[in-house]
Design a protein around this ligand. Structure first.
Ligand SMILES: Nc1nc2c(ncn2[C@@H]2O[C@H](COP(=O)(O)OP(=O)(O)OP(=O)(O)O)[C@@H](O)[C@H]2O)c(=O)[nH]1
Ligand SMILES: [Mg+2]
Length: 461
């Protein structure tokens, strides 16, 4: 109820702001950028903002010679999400290092003038959130802990792989008396096993990626479980209980319900509220890492992508529940850009022959067809282009990260992209090498890019 009131309040103040913008001749576009952790969101936004701020300096073209002027950053209104620290990230790139992650979500609001819009100032907000939070969609959809528990346990029961992984946990919560520490530990081990089995429903998602942006590191299920939390704080963790377990353990259930509510309000609802108000969605897909990581990693990322679209589809089970809180898709988004990021890691021939964009299309097609009424398109993009092609088949030049303490430019081979996703492939079968960024130290000159302007043109349309 409180959330509903908060939402209505926000919607009213949003509408008031929109009317004010109209009077002041401003157009506000809300852009949401997402993708799996490490997929290139921060670098994408850093480079895009540099090109907007220093328009005309970096081969960034929009429309028929459109000019962008008077770019300025606007202060954030709310305490959350934290500021997207563009100038720090730009400095990182200039110093030859990739930006470090400090928060899971962030936001940047700016204003600029476009020469093709005589009467309007464009205001744009960019919200960047990790795809891993999609696993918490059911927490957003169910205000009550009991309903969420039933939903998660039904998912475990319906899906063989989940059922196998959750076996010891399900057995334990079937007992009459449940010890809080033991059941939480067993749930954490279940979540760790799900991560290792590339299963995407890892909820609460802070187990996989906490609010400081730190992700679970590899290890055995027990090691992962020991280093992570099923919630935000060690003393405030939660896990689902079956209907009979809830009846038998009323005190524990009450405690879990309190912690669930707190997590829902602090971690989940703010993110879903932002998504629900997006005008355009940018989904980054890191194809080199998917090929390098093996078929398990690919399946995992694709599942999260499908889940993202499933929750936002008004006719899906979760989507219809979310509609109650957020009125999903009633306003928009009107556009979705699927972007194959880090294109400088593959050979330019595979961009020209359309293999990269085709891999992106095949991977995202089912997700796109779930929302046929929304305009979508596919792009190949490299936000901080850091390699150069060299003579010879499938060879590039870049400052290789491995075995290169002096950070010199070196020549190396890159795998040819497959025509389509293989039936099976192992981690390491495609070795795409990481390079250090190659961005001008002069902040007036934005990083080299390919395709960034096309994505911008599409999402701002
Ligand atoms: N070659 C190349 N590598 C890139 C590019 N963009 C990102 N990367 C690589 O991808 C890594 C992750 O990029 P980020 O932009 O931090 O990705 P993110 O999605 O913001 O990651 P998290 O916030 O940690 O989830 C970087 O550290 C680079 O190694 C690019 O344009 N070219
Ligand atoms: Mg980031």
């Amino acid at each position: 109820m409180i959330n509903k009131i908060k939402y209505i309040h926000r919607t009213i103040s949003d509408q008031a702001a929109e009317v004010k913008d109209l009077v002041n001749l401003k157009r506000h576009k809300r852009i949401v950028i997402t993708g799996i952790a490490g997929g290139g969101k921060t670098v994408f936004l850093t480079s895009l903002l540099s090109h907007l701020a220093e328009f005309g300096q970096g081969g960034f073209h929009i429309g028929k010679g459109v000019d962008i002027t008077d770019f300025r950053k606007l202060p954030l209104k709310d305490k959350w999400p934290p500021d997207f620290t563009h100038s720090n990230y730009r400095e990182d790139l200039a110093r030859g290092r990739w930006p470090e992650k400090t928060t899971d979500c962030s936001e940047y609001i700016c204003e600029f003038k476009r020469s093709d819009w005589k009467f309007y100032t464009q205001r744009m907000s960019f919200f960047d959130f990790p795809g891993e939070r999609v696993a918490d969609a059911a927490i957003a959809a169910f205000s009550g802990y009991g309903d969420w528990s039933d939903h998660i346990l039904a998912h475990f029961a319906r899906h063989h792989d989940y059922f196998m992984v959750a076996g010891p946990y399900l057995e334990y919560i079937d007992k009459d008396i449940i010890d809080e520490d033991t059941f939480l530990k067993l749930y954490r081990i279940t979540l760790a096993r799900l991560i290792l089995a590339f299963k995407p429903l890892v909820s609460p998602s802070t187990f996989l990626l906490d609010q400081n942006g730190s992700a679970a590191s590899p290890g055995t299920p027990e090691e992962i479980a020991a280093g992570r939390l099923s919630g935000i704080y060690a003393s405030r963790q939660f896990a689902p209980l079956s209907q009979s377990a809830r009846k038998q353990n009323p005190h524990l259930t009450e405690k879990m319900a309190r912690i669930y509510k707190e997590y829902r309000n602090r971690v989940v609802m703010p993110v879903y509220e932002k998504i629900s108000r997006a005008d355009s969605l940018v989904v980054l897909v890191d194809i080199p890492s998917l090929l390098a990581g093996g078929v398990g990693r690919y399946n995992d990322d694709r599942r999260i992508l499908l889940d993202l679209f499933e929750v936002t589809r008004p006719k899906s089970d979760i989507g219809s529940l979310l509609m109650k809180y957020f009125k999903f898709w009633q306003k928009s988004p009107s556009r979705i850009a699927f972007v194959a990021a880090k294109a400088d890691m593959v050979h330019p021939m595979d961009i020209e022959n359309k293999r990269m964009v085709n891999l992106l299309k095949v991977m995202t097609d089912r997700a796109r067809r779930m929302l046929p009424e929304i305009r979508s398109d596919w792009f190949v993009c490299s936000a901080c282009h850091s390699t150069f092609p060299v003579e010879g088949r499938y060879r590039l030049r870049g400052k290789l990260v491995y075995d290169n303490p002096a950070r010199e430019f070196k020549e190396y081979s890159v795998p040819e992209l497959p025509e389509t996703w293989p039936e099976n492939w192992k981690p390491g079968e495609y070795s795409f090498y990481k390079v250090y960024p190659d961005a001008p130290q002069n902040y007036l000159i934005p990083p080299r890019h390919i395709g960034l302007d096309q994505v911008f043109e599409f999402i701002s349309g």
